[in-house]
Design a protein. Sequence first.
Lengths: 312, 329
Amino acid sequence: MTMAQEGMVPTPGTWRRLLRRRLALASLAIILLIYGAGLLAPWIAPHSFREIDLGNTFAGPSLEHPLGTDRLGRDVLSRLMWSAQTTVIVSASALVLGGLVWGTGLGLLAGYLGGRVDNIIMRLGDILFSLPDILLLLIITATVRPRVTDFFRDVERWTGLGGIVESGAPDYILVFAALSLFGWVGMARIVRSQVLALRESDYVLAARALGASSLHIILRHLLPNVSHLMVVAATQLLGTAAGAEVVLSFLGIGIQPPHPSFGSMIFEAAGPRNMLAHPNLIFAPAAVVGSLLMAFSFLGDALNDVLSPRRR
Amino acid sequence: MGRDQLWSYILRRLLWVPFILLTVSLVTFALGRFGPGDPVRVLAGQRADPETIQRIRQERGLDDNFFVQYARYLRGIFRGDLGISFKYYGLPVTEVVLPRLWVTFQYNLAALVLVFALGIPAGVWAATQQGTWRDPLIMGILLALAALPAVLVVPLLQYVFSLRLGWLPTGGWEVREFFGWLEVGLFSKTIVLPMLALGLPGAAGVARLTRAQTLEVLGEDYVRTARAKGLGERMVLMRHVLRNALLPLVTLMGFAMAALLSGSIILETMLGIPGIGSYAFEAVFARDYDGIMAVVLMGATAFVVANLVVDVTYAFIDPRVRLGGSPQA
């Protein structure tokens, strides 16, 4: 993935330039298609992700099952749609928590307050950024999972609400929380550098001279002026989170069965024997994930291009 | 300005390293100890009696205070003792980890060679084709490959090269022995799949940087002079452009090295390669405390050192970096 560069400036033609790029548009269309299918899965998926039909396993394509069925007779097309929903939930939550809450918040604080706060926040980011993230995600999710599940069992007992654990919610929360732990750094760096540049600008000085509070300046003057850069970091974060969820679920520490994930679909169908017998079972999810990740990569690249003044 | 500042920059970054490693080790240690599951049960087996378990716990000092255990671990590290593996029946972690590190190192080296062998020509070629459709095509293909994680690349390669074409084994790790003790996998067919799976996605970064550098150098006066004096285009590229364009590529070596551990976990589990990545995966699930620590610390060290090398190289190349007080990892 390309890092968003500092000092990127949007000019009036930025979005028009982006729309003129066919590859970027196609990427955007693919992302919207997959995310749309995920969002609408409860309504448009022909079957449930857990509907097992042991009399009809490994079926080829038919009208009833356009992409065939897997080893438990579950409809592959429906499972793809529900897996897309998992991707939507995990990546969007990671974006909100990691990118918008942590990333933007810490970036604004670091850039605006400067000094010691800035130092602590950015050094923490450096540490997180300089670590092998998959390995740490592996350790965190593997060690913390049982506790999170226990916690939600307790919550169910106290509140009398049933079905929280059954719904798989703890897994989703665990995965996106772990991802946001690492996901905020890119966003924070971009926001911080932009705030540093704007902090001494005339309109911020004018606002301060008029007696505006820090909060007011951050919310009304700084945030609107960094939002375009946040789009770049957000695209990057969505792609990274979507990819990481697939990897975690593949390793068996992400979203747990029966809840569907591209990662566990690939895991179930991987291995020479399975692939030789039923290649469609692995290539269906792999094709969807592959196009999604490529689309994110191309879109991020195009965004970087149109926003970076040097390459125009 | 100049030398002194550069050294103080390097010194500042160096002082930072032990702090990072200490933090990481403390967090990992805590995650291991406070996480669920009990490595002693893994070690002692299903039917161990409580007395045996208690004895092992005492031997390993697992009942001591957390900080006592941590301090003991740190003291061990300085003596070159990484602890004892629970998963591999009391073998010292170093003996478990080193042979596996050697395996991972070999196919990473092969992949690194592929990355540069593919990325540099592709980048130079794309630069010379700037303005035509070939430049965006080749760069697009490489960028698309770079977006794919090992989870997707490995099955695809297995399917094409092993199952359909039958050229390569689907996985595993075969070695040839030299001097009776040195096991080398470089000459075996089993190294090809991991090399491709790591190398193909990795080439994009090198190609992109090479392309940008080549374009920049192509615009320089001395290139125009070389052309003006009648030097052939090929000679201009080899003699004047490449030599100047490739210097910043050194920095990419660092990043390539650092990707080692993260990529190897998936790759080795899928291909059944007995390297450090598959051990990392096993260690987490067997609660092999000392093994986890060793792997994380090695990974973190590799990352931190790689970042350091990259930043220092940048500081050499671009003096402006030194002026900013904040090191960007």
